[in-house]
Write a protein that binds this ligand. Structure first.
Ligand SMILES: NC(=O)c1ccc[n+]([C@@H]2O[C@H](COP(=O)([O-])OP(=O)(O)OC[C@H]3O[C@@H](n4cnc5c(N)ncnc54)[C@H](OP(=O)(O)O)[C@@H]3O)[C@@H](O)[C@H]2O)c1
Length: 280
């Protein structure tokens, strides 16, 4: 694929510990942005996943985390949070070459990562989301104060290969980021699902219903972004007094819409905190 990113590739070797869905998305994004496949190494225990990544991207694959870490300048921790303590402890003493560690594990604080790895290396915590799989993700990123500008820029470049990046100054807000943009695709898709069902109930063919709903979702998001007008303003624009939109919105408000999403996000944030407390 031709690179559309004018920035030079990331320097050195980028090592991934774990070659699952998110690692695959990042690797695909990096290569599409012009990163040479020879500069990427992955450690992944599943032979079928290893073969798939090698065949699709022409990158170096192995099953030994320490070997991949030992050749990496930038190390990406892309395993599930439950296995992260063991993975990190297994990497101790194999980080001589590493200049920056980026963890994409949901809910794992940087202080805990630092203790597991027994390192003072610059560390960035990132929370991507599943649209990263098609390069349309958004990631919240946090770096502790001791992490320098160069390390931050490098982490930003890594995550920007699969979408937008938003820096979060306070790590305690990362659980809320998980609740908003990490889980967020599910909220929008739930709305699409419900709207599709409602369309069918009103007599629209299923295939047409899906097309109408998805195009409306995409178009609304693009409209908000490209006109730089707030969602509230744009909503008001389609809501004429006494009209069809107002009839629908009044049902949503009567059904408790106000505050519902706030409560849902608060519940997800709380659950994120509980889960991060349980990874020890
Ligand atoms: N998917 C999302 O929406 C999303 C969003 C934000 C953040 N994240 C975070 O991204 C991380 C990866 O998620 P994912 O969806 O990509 O999960 P995934 O597809 O399960 O990928 C994790 C990979 O790590 C491998 N692995 C397991 N134990 C390992 C070990 N000891 N050493 C090296 N590799 C090992 C797994 O292999 P096996 O399958 O053989 O165990 C799997 O291939 C998670 O921490 C998650 O919290 C995910």
């Amino acid at each position: 694929m031709q690179s559309s990113d004018p920035r030079p590739p990331l320097s050195g070797t980028i090592g991934f510990i774990g070659g699952g869905n998110m690692a695959r998305a990042l690797i695909g994004g990096l290569i599409a942005a012009g990163q040479p496949p020879a500069s990427i190494a992955v450690s992944e225990p599943d032979p079928a996943r290893r073969e798939g990544l090698a065949a699709d991207f022409g990158i170096a694959l192995g099953a030994d985390n320490r070997e991949v870490a030992a050749q990496s300048d930038l190390l990406v921790l892309a395993v599930k949070p439950q296995v992260l303590p063991e993975v990190c402890q297994g990497l101790r003493g194999a980080l001589e070459r590493v200049e920056l560690i980026v963890s994409i594990a949901a809910g794992v604080p940087t202080a805990r990562l630092r203790a597991w790895l027994a390192t003072d290396l610059p560390l960035v915590r990132a929370m991507p989301n599943t649209p990263a799989l098609i390069g349309a993700g958004v990631s919240g990123l946090y770096a502790p104060p001791q992490c320098g500008a160069e390390a931050r820029a490098r982490a930003d470049r890594l995550l920007a290969s699969v979408g937008e990046t938003v820096w979060i100054p306070d790590e305690s807000a990362m659980d809320a980021v998980t609740a908003v943009s990490g889980s967020g695709p599910a909220y929008f898709l739930l709305l699409c699902e419900a709207l599709e069902q409602a369309a069918i109930a009103q007599g629209i063919e299923p295939e047409s219903a899906r097309r109408l709903v998805l195009a409306t979702a995409l178009g609304s998001a693009r409209l908000a972004r490209e006109t730089a007008r707030s969602p509230r303003e744009l909503r008001a624009q389609v809501t004429s007094p006494g009209g069809t939109t107002e009839a629908a919105l009044s049902v949503l408000f009567e059904g408790g819409w106000n505050g519902l999403i706030e409560r849902a996000v608060a519940a997800a944030t709380r659950r994120g905190r509980e889960l991060s407390g349980s990874v020890v």
